[in-house]
Design a protein around this ligand. Structure first.
Ligand SMILES: Cc1ncc(COP(=O)(O)O)c(C=O)c1O
Length: 363
């Protein structure tokens, strides 16, 4: 049996043909019409007024914070459980990361703990929707930030195709950010997107990503800016992937439902509450006993099955080294969480093989 990867990108002849046709058409590869078309496709899909694509879903967060005016002396609230990019994106702005514990069911920032962490220096909240699940009390978080004049930037890197109350995640705050890195539901190798309904913010992002230029190609520099641009070559792939997205979103839900059906009766394994009418789970996430997780990973690997432990709680990682701080929910989740094979191309038969292997583990 071939190894079943925990995650893998998925292309076919359509992306190959599109790249071939583009290169033969004499395109300059750098961002141009295909990039604008990809941005329009993302805005239309998410329901946002505008979209700006950038080189990845980390620089996108930094640019979003800078566009909101975040700078030295400010504090940005970040969930303690998230991919490290969320927290690291704050550093280039000169602001300070303030970690906040998460809610056990959605793995998003906990509302009460968020409110308690706010100080007069709080300039922004980086709200992450982990694995396509809207953070608990999202509407209250939005209302609180609006009422306090705190910028809300949504890190929806894992949430393309996921909603809350029928509205796409990433469109609740001032700016929403997505990622197109290789493991995401659709990919352009690397890539990120920012969506917003605010013309001033999209204008600011446009300058920040293009050397601070007044307009593309115009060498008059109005603000500080860098090069975080996308390429038409990536956009050509992205446009084909966008056409596949609706099918993949449904397939991800079906994959999750099948796992759920097979795994829910295992006494030592927990699944998180998941509303498949709104959430398209990017990864299959389960909670297992912390002291048995490494053994389960080895057990699966011996049967040609890939899996991956959840991210660590960030505050205690050497890069942040805030060992006196404690975030009990994030710490527990980080130690118990495991991702099982989750690629859109997984077959039902492969899912059944994975579930049988999990069941055969002496929990
Ligand atoms: C929640 C979250 N934020 C940010 C990122 C960073 O995105 P990128 O890899 O495109 O820089 C990721 C990537 O997995 C992510 O999961």
């Amino acid at each position: 049996m071939d190894f079943i990867n925990q995650m893998e990108p998925w292309f076919d002849a359509r992306e190959a043909d599109a790249v071939d046709a583009y290169l033969r058409s004499g395109g300059w590869v750098t961002e141009f019409r295909k990039t604008r078309a990809f941005e329009a496709a993302i805005a239309a899909y998410t329901g946002a007024a505008s979209c700006s694509v950038v080189s990845n879903g980390t620089i996108s967060l930094t640019l979003a914070l800078l566009a909101c005016g975040v700078g030295p002396g400010d504090e940005v609230l970040v969930p303690d459980y998230t991919m490290v990019a969320t927290a690291n994106a704050v550093q280039p702005t000169g602001a300070r990361v303030v970690f906040v514990d998460i809610d056990h069911d959605t793995l998003g920032m906990d509302y009460d703990r968020m409110v308690a962490a706010v100080t007069p220096r709080t300039k922004a909240v980086l709200l992450v929707s982990i694995n396509g699940r809207a953070p608990a009390r999202l509407d209250a978080i939005v209302a609180f930030c609006r009422g306090r004049g705190i910028h809300l930037v949504e890190d929806a890197a894992q949430s393309l195709g996921s909603h809350h109350g029928g509205r796409h995640l990433g469109t609740f705050g001032d700016i929403g950010s997505f990622s197109f890195s290789a493991p995401k539901v659709i990919t352009t190798g690397q890539g990120g997107a920012l969506v917003t309904d605010h013309p001033k913010l999209i204008e600011a992002i446009g300058k920040l990503r293009d050397f601070g230029r007044e307009a593309p190609g115009a060498d008059h520099y109005l603000t500080m800016g860098w090069n975080a641009k996308f390429t038409d070559l990536q956009a050509v792939i992205g446009l084909v992937q966008m056409e596949k997205l609706p099918w993949r979103v449904e397939r991800k839900k079906a994959i999750y439902a099948r796992y759920q059906q097979h795994l829910q009766s295992i006494p030592w394994l927990d699944l998180l509450p998941t509303d498949l009418t709104q959430t398209s789970p990017w990864f299959i996430d389960v909670l297992v006993p912390a002291d048995r997780r490494a053994a389960l990973i080895a057990h699966l690997k011996a049967q040609q099955i890939g899996s991956r432990p959840f991210y660590p709680a960030l505050h205690a990682e050497p890069v942040y080294n805030r060992t006196t701080e404690h975030y009990p929910v994030a710490e527990e989740i980080a130690q118990r969480g495991l991702w099982l094979p989750s690629a859109s191309k997984l077959t039902d038969e492969q899912i059944d093989v994975v579930c049988a292997a999990v069941r055969s583990f002496p929990g």
